[in-house]
Design a protein around this ligand. Sequence first.
Ligand code: TA6
Length: 300
Amino acid sequence: MSHKQPSTEFPLGVVCHPGQGDLDCLFIETPGAQAELFLQGAHLANWKPRNHQPVLWMSQKSHYTPGKPLRGGVPICLPWFGPNPDNAQLPLHGFARLLPWTVSRMTQSPDGPVTVELTLQSDATTREIWPHDFAAVFSVTIAARLTMSLEVTNTSSVPFTFTEALHTYLAVSDVRKVTITGLEQARFFDKAAGGVAKPASGTPMQITGETDRVYLGTRDSVTVTDPGHNRRLILSKAGSEATVLWNPWIAKAKAMPDFGDDEWPQMLCIETANAMEHAITLGPGACHTLSAMIDVEKLP
Ligand code: TA6
């Protein structure tokens, strides 16, 4: 594990040791929150702000196996979201979530929040799958507010195009009883309905069946009001033009080996993305940053 260790000192409250499945994991405790961050995929698997229940959902059936995606938390979809547009045999949501990332920096601000930066760079393995040179940096600040950013730089001499998402799995008391606001004015691509473009609904959203939507042209924050957990989750973002909403419901949950049959009511994915018509093209040396923030408020 030594090659993955940062050259800097570990901030107070951060330890690195094998997590589930013996995968290298940073366990982070700050005055405002606790978190678990796996080096494989730079995968945030837990964020629990002090005095709140965990905000991220992890499946009890998740794999914790080198080279297999974790089910839950915040998978990083990169350099493509969903199926690869040119080759359906390539891994869904790209390879970034399957590879070990390197801790490149850890800092602590005087009032306690810890920021960890992990890096993934193109190499012979990634070039075989995706013939471009890039550097990706995932930065996460663990505090009462969760702040994540994904910076992608084109380190080659020709332009490339990519799509991406922070595929955030939120823990909810019962997905049928939460209300989602902030997407009312956005048109969307409805994958659960077979892949059709639909106009903005104009109303807050409630989940009543399998849901798999890519909302387009979205910059506003999204709020999930969850009376069962007595809280509101507010997801804001920057550098992102798409928001994905996903719940597999009954049949799809059963079909996934790494997803418990009865777990679907307890999760809701709200993903900060650049996908479909919002794919990003970067010229040589250019970079793009997508950021996502989560705040938790108790209901009055
Ligand atoms: O973001 C929604 C989605 O693209 C769905 O279509 C669904 O398949 C999900 O991601 C999970 O993908 P995964 O590869 O992690 O099973």
